[in-house]
Design a protein around this ligand. Structure first.
Ligand code: ADP
Ligand code: ADP
Length: 232
């Protein structure tokens, strides 16, 4: 089955002249796959991520996430899907500065009606999995860039999402730290999580199974990294 299916998706922004940020995009993201999305600035990558992550709805066409047609959902249902089915990792980490690592990781569970003890237990488990079991009480400003990104990854995974979306996840990291974070992505992918990573960096994209190349709001081509090549 598919984690995400886009069919003839168009996204138009209407600020004076209409801009077709996406124009006729059809894409299937299989469950458990690892996809990289590449393309120049302004090509539509963020728009695509926002649709896949249920942060936005298409102007035309359909987006189906984990079996649900996103446009048919109420705002409330969409928010719920976003919180449970999708985990987000951003370049700037987006951690809450006044919460420690454990509290940051526990945060997405607040809306799941899980009690505090259980939330913290689960958060501690995730921090251990990303190698930060000894940093649970640290505030974000007491952590290195790589550690903050690992906290962000733990937070993205805490609700056991079907899909993890990462937008330039290693943009702020040095080479060695980046490599650690990408190893973690590979580990979670091996454990069955569907990974989608937007990146400008070829070597980051090459950790995926395939690269979707976006150009001017369209899929230019899909590059399979185990040899073959197919057109979009
Ligand atoms: P990328 O992430 O590849 O840089 P985006 O998806 O951010 O590309 O943008 C694609 C196109 O849509 C660009 O021309 C951009 O200017 C336009 N765009 C993106 N978001 C908005 C918005 N909220 N309002 C108007 N135009 C937008
Ligand atoms: P990494 O290789 O994971 O990015 P660094 O070599 O940058 O780690 O940092 C090493 C140690 O220094 C880490 O354990 C981290 O807790 C600590 N550290 C890094 N930056 C800061 C900071 N701004 N304030 C306090 N401690 C920091």
């Amino acid at each position: 089955g598919s984690a995400v299916t886009l069919e003839n998706v168009r996204k138009t922004y209407q600020l004076g002249e209409p801009v077709h940020a996406l124009d006729g995009v059809s894409l299937e993201i299989p469950r458990g796959s690892y996809t990289a999305i590449m393309g120049p600035s302004g090509s539509g990558k963020s728009t695509l991520m926002n649709l896949v992550g249920c942060l936005d709805t298409p102007t035309e066409g359909t987006v189906v996430v984990d079996g649900a047609d996103v446009a048919q959902l109420s705002d409330r249902e969409r928010t719920r899907l976003r919180g449970t089915t999708v985990g987000f990792v951003f370049q700037t980490f987006n951690l809450m500065p006044r919460l420690n690592a454990l509290e940051n990781v526990a945060l997405p569970q607040l809306f799941q009606g899980i009690d505090r003890g259980e939330r913290h237990e689960r958060a501690r488990e995730l921090l251990e999995r990303v190698g930060l079991g000894d940093r649970t009480d640290h505030m974000p400003n007491e952590l290195s860039g790589g550690q903050r990104q690992r906290v962000a990854l733990a937070r993205a995974l805490v609700n056991d999402p079907a899909i993890v979306l990462a937008d330039e996840p290693s943009g702020n990291l040095d080479t060695e730290t980046e490599s650690d974070v990408l190893d973690l992505f590979a580990e979670f992918h091996d454990a069955g999580t569907t990974m989608v990573v937007v990146t400008h960096e070829r070597h980051v994209a090459e950790r995926a199974e395939r690269i979707v190349h976006v150009l001017d709001g369209q899929l230019e081509r899909i590059e399979s990294l185990d040899g073959g090549e197919s057109t979009a």
